[in-house]
Ligand binder design. Structure first.
Ligand SMILES: O=C(O)CCC(=O)C(=O)O
Ligand SMILES: [Fe+2]
Length: 331
């Protein structure tokens, strides 16, 4: 039995035939909540379980071993140790009680596999497929949003018209950062020590959209639009949580909402580590972030609490660098 929640649960079953209805549901959810669940999507339960198993195998390695794969210099791939990041880089005192490992898109130019731990190298092909399948799911969502935003159409191979404006700016095989696959672990521990520290501090995501899976141990919370109310985002087995990132809010002049969310310590975490898997998207390298050519977005640029408005005009990679570096805790 799935838990009841006011957060929209959108069924992607029979996607092509039901595309218009699904597009409307997604669009409404992005405006009202900025976060929704997708069920019956194209990423299989076995791929998700394998992702969690590989994540567990890596995080259970000794600390010194994991640190051999730490991110160094400008490298975006690799390990960030426990308390190595502040999700709320503006206000948070104590860093997040979590550790993570990031994979860059699986292309020859970005994926120096000799730096990957053996745990992952042995399953590199599967992780690559997982990352590409997550990307394909994100592209479906971009297609729905492009339709609802009435963005300019492109010529299709068969001579017809397609609307894939957003997808065309998030191509997997183009240089730099269209998607980062992230494994995260929030270690278990006693409530007295951990219940008041942020597992992930309140933040909006950096990029355009994020796909997220949680397993066994809940803890994700969502701040409702225009209120101070936080509600739990319960676990729905194998459902993909989608949330809008700050960049898409700015590009849509505030129409698509990027919600504040956070991870809090729950009683379940007293006995079990919490794991999540995220896939974070942002436009291809070199693409200037600007308002979208959509007739349905507001005319005025909004003030965004968590995203500097001066990112409009920056390239997507400059912006990622800017926000990402801010969130890392200096040694
Ligand atoms: O672990 C989670 O459930 C969410 C983490 C998160 O919000 C993030 O990594 O951006
Ligand atoms: Fe997040």
């Amino acid at each position: 039995m799935n838990p009841s929640t006011i957060i929209p649960v959108i069924d992607f079953n029979d996607f092509d035939a039901r595309k218009d209805v699904i597009a409307q549901e997604v669009f409404e959810a992005c405006k009202k909540f900025g976060l929704f669940y997708v069920i019956n999507h194209s990423v299989s339960p076995s791929q998700i379980s394998q992702g969690f198993e590989l994540s567990k195998a890596f995080f259970e390695l000794p600390e010194e071993k994991k640190c051999e794969y730490s991110k160094v210099g400008k490298r975006l791939e690799g390990y960030v140790k426990l308390y190595g990041q502040k999700s709320d880089y503006r206000k948070q005192d104590k860093p997040d009680h979590k550790e993570l490992y990031d994979f860059m898109p699986f292309r020859e130019d970005t994926n120096p596999s000799h730096l990957m731990p053996i745990t992952f190298l042995e399953h590199k092909k599967d992780i690559e497929t997982f990352s590409k399948d997550l990307h394909a799911l994100a592209l479906q969502i971009f297609k729905l949003l492009s339709i609802e935003l009435k963005l300019p159409t492109q010529k299709a191979k068969d001579g017809g018209e397609i609307n894939d404006w957003l997808g065309q700016r998030h191509r997997y095989d183009k240089p730099n950062n269209p998607g980062i696959l992230r494994f995260q672990r929030y270690p278990s521990g006693d409530a007295a020590t951990h219940k008041d520290e942020p597992q992930a501090g309140a933040h909006t995501d950096f990029g355009t959209i994020t796909l997220l899976f949680q397993k066994d141990v809940p803890g994700l919370e969502l701040k409702l639009v225009d209120t101070d109310e936080w509600i739990p985002v319960p676990i729905i087995e194998n459902a993909c949580i989608v949330n809008i990132g700050g960049m898409l809010t700015l590009m849509s002049y505030g129409l698509l909402h990027s919600p504040f969310h956070r991870v809090v310590f729950t009683p379940e975490q007293e006995i079990k580590d919490r794991y999540s898997i995220g896939y974070f998207l942002q436009p291809e390298s070199g693409i200037k972030i600007s308002n979208m050519p959509s007739p349905v977005i507001p005319k005025e640029q909004p003030i965004c609490e968590d995203v500097p408005n001066d990112i409009l005009g920056m390239t997507s990679d400059d912006y990622l660098e800017y926000r990402y570096r801010k969130s890392l805790v200096k040694d």
